[in-house]
Design a protein around this ligand. Structure first.
Ligand SMILES: C[S@@+](CC[C@H](N)C(=O)[O-])C[C@H]1O[C@@H](n2cnc3c(N)ncnc32)[C@H](O)[C@@H]1O
Length: 287
């Protein structure tokens, strides 16, 4: 697949999303999309895509939000999903219906040259926290926006406020070396947890009317299929899966026993509802 250039500072993330990380997300796309649907709904409401608009979905992964956006801007508009991950883009292209205006490009948001001044809306579901230099990345994206163009994205608040990710991770601790400690400016799933940092990055990138809405969700990590399904999900996605991904099978099985016990403590029938804390961030390109 042809692709645009990847900024050297993003090469580690590009490797991860073209390797183990991308494969796991692609293999678990159905489950992941079902789980994240309530957050998508909230994001789409804040983004407010309208028929005829040109919309970009940053870090589109396997394309769920791009497809949703394309349906809303059809028939005259277009939704362009942009991602560094070949396996996820392959999945996105496979599943996007032919009759909606969705297109996908293999590119790094930090350096991809968008047509200047044409984009109405830039949206992202958890795809903007992985840039080594987020200010440069957002400034690059803003250059493609129309005057008063809108930005809307979802990002995680602090890890401690996201039990759906932290309960399995804590249960798996001790079975494998801990994940590398990330500094406050390092890319990663929680890189945009700090409101002050998000405001600084977007302000420095030239955005105005920056707003962070605190949204809390209860995600059924079992998707109504019982505790074993929740364990499978924890071993496939999120920080516990990342910690255990290169471990021998015996270690993964031992960790799974502890993860199961931790998740079972939260079970309500066949569901395992756990809290998820998100920022819905909106901003505008100045006029
Ligand atoms: C947590 S996943 C979210 C995927 C998708 N938005 C979803 O919600 O299913 C993060 C995505 O950001 C992409 N990504 C990371 N760095 C990127 C960059 N510099 N440019 C474009 N995409 C990037 C990854 O390849 C990955 O698909």
């Amino acid at each position: 697949m042809s692709m645009g250039s990847i900024h050297s500072s993003n090469s580690a993330q590009a490797d991860y999303w073209n390797g183990a990380g991308g494969r796991r997300w692609a293999d678990n796309q159905d489950r992941q999309d079902a789980l994240l649907q309530p957050i998508s709904d909230r994001l789409i409401a804040a983004a407010d895509p309208r028929p005829g608009e040109f919309v970009i979905d940053i870090g589109c992964g396997s394309g769920a939000t791009t497809i949703d956006l394309a349906v809303r801007v059809a028939p005259e508009g277009e939704a362009l999903g942009l991602d560094v991950s070949a396996p996820l883009l392959r999945r996105a292209r496979e599943r996007a219906p032919d009759d909606i205006p969705a297109r996908f490009v293999h590119a790094d948001a930090t350096v991809y040259e968008l047509p200047p001044g044409e984009i109405d809306l830039i949206a992202s579901r958890f795809g903007v926290m992985f840039f080594a230099d987020p200010t440069q990345s957002f400034a690059n994206l803003r250059a493609g926006m129309k005057p008063r163009g809108r930005l809307a994205f979802a990002c995680w608040r602090a890890a401690r406020d996201n039990p759906w990710l932290i309960v399995p991770l804590r249960a798996a601790a001790g079975h494998a070396p801990p994940l590398p400690e990330l500094g406050p400016e390092d890319p990663g799933p929680f890189a945009f947890a700090d409101e002050t940092r998000v405001r600084r990055i977007l302000g420095d990138a030239g955005f105005v009317e920056i707003d962070l809405m605190r949204e809390d969700f209860e995600l059924d990590v079992a998707l109504g299929q019982g505790v074993d399904a929740a364990v499978e999900a924890a071993l496939s996605l999120g920080p516990a899966s990342r910690m255990l991904e290169d471990q021998p099978e015996a270690t993964r099985e031992a960790a799974a026993v502890d993860i199961r016990a931790a998740l079972a403590a939260h079970a309500v029938g066949d569901s395992v509802p756990l809290g998820a804390a998100v920022w819905i961030v909106t901003a505008r390109n100045p006029s």
